[in-house]
Design a protein around this ligand. Sequence first.
Ligand SMILES: CC(C)(COP(=O)(O)OP(=O)(O)OC[C@H]1O[C@@H](n2cnc3c(N)ncnc32)[C@H](O)[C@@H]1OP(=O)(O)O)[C@@H](O)C(=O)NCCC(=O)NCCS
Length: 392
Amino acid sequence: MSSNRTAPLVQVPRGLAGVVVTDTEIGDVRGAEGFYHYRQYSAVELARTRGFEDVWHLLVHGDLPDPGQRAAFTAEVAGLRQLPDEVREALPAVAAGRVAGPLAGLRTALSLLGAARGFRPVYDIDAGRRRADTLAACAAVPTLLTALYRLGQGREPVEPRVDLSYAANYLYMLTGEEPQARQARAVEQYLISTIDHGFNASTFTARVIASTGADVAACLVGALGALSGPLHGGAPSRALDTLDAIGTPDRIDPWVRERVLAGDRIMGFGHAVYRTEDPRSRMLREIALGFGGPRAGFAVEVERHVEAILAELKPGRELHTNVEFYAGVVMELCGLPREMFTPTFAAGRVVGWSANILEQAADPKIIRPVARYVGPEAPVPVPAPAPVPAGG
Ligand SMILES: CC(C)(COP(=O)(O)OP(=O)(O)OC[C@H]1O[C@@H](n2cnc3c(N)ncnc32)[C@H](O)[C@@H]1OP(=O)(O)O)[C@@H](O)C(=O)NCCC(=O)NCCS
């Protein structure tokens, strides 16, 4: 280990669990209580009572809008849904190369959007311009995602509408049809509930990149990469795959036991922070049951059995459903294809990343931890290169 440092090294737990790395006014997660909040409000209460644009305003501006502010903010962000021509024209090529679907395509598309809109390093621009760049990026995300999805299916993208809410317009651009109010509202509640959730991996990634002074698109693209991993945002379609794989109530017990005993994780269960029920899961379960139908009923049955089996096989751990389990059920009931589950998560979380980017950009300190070197003792002499064989 290097010994000539000015400050002593601080040893922290694996995965930085429980380590406070900065101060934030955006929100927090209280894992032991099963509670999380945006600013001073319960996130679940916001999802139950407010629209997406209100909560977006809260995250970016620090307060809920009054009616006049709501109208102005809603019009401002709706006006940013249209894509610049050069981005629109490039999307078929991005979609054609889709290996991992619209979420992977969104990384490329956001980079293109940043270039087309003239995003500059947050280090070089003032707070007003930073805010404007985050709004331009977030407002375009549903347009980009739905265009990439449709192009990947060999269909034409649907132009955004300014008269619909963020969530309703998202569903509209996906299907080409105006969604039922109930479905639009369910998706809106899901989107609000996923906007922010403490210093998770993607939020931390966004803040690390923002701390270097990079532009807003660079921060969001990095965050998207972190979100794409199955241990973070990639689980909702897998949770639904699990319901499909189990198939019928009589198969729940043997299926789950076999997987857990083989060391597999049951998707949609467990959480890095919650040691009680995930409050998002509770809200989404209610929404799913409100729709009714066999899928929601089966999901409740699976939840009950899996919790009991995990309590038996993993004693001492509090393993309950996380946001992903019922998110998949709700999104399916709202007509979203599985391929769009994680992208839809991203369409909400992008607002939370943006608030974090703005907060981080206001602090000029670069995030730069250290790693403990555990390789062979250094230095040793560099071996002489092997002689090049004659004629080689
Ligand atoms: C979310 C998750 C990554 C949290 O991980 P974590 O806090 O690091 O939890 P740990 O790895 O400390 O898990 C502790 C124990 O519970 C087990 N466990 C955790 N989640 C489990 C799950 N979903 N199914 C079965 N066992 C699980 C672990 O295998 C571990 O057992 P061990 O001590 O015998 O090795 C983890 O619960 C998981 O992989 N869940 C499934 C994927 C998922 O739903 N992701 C979406 C997250 S919102």
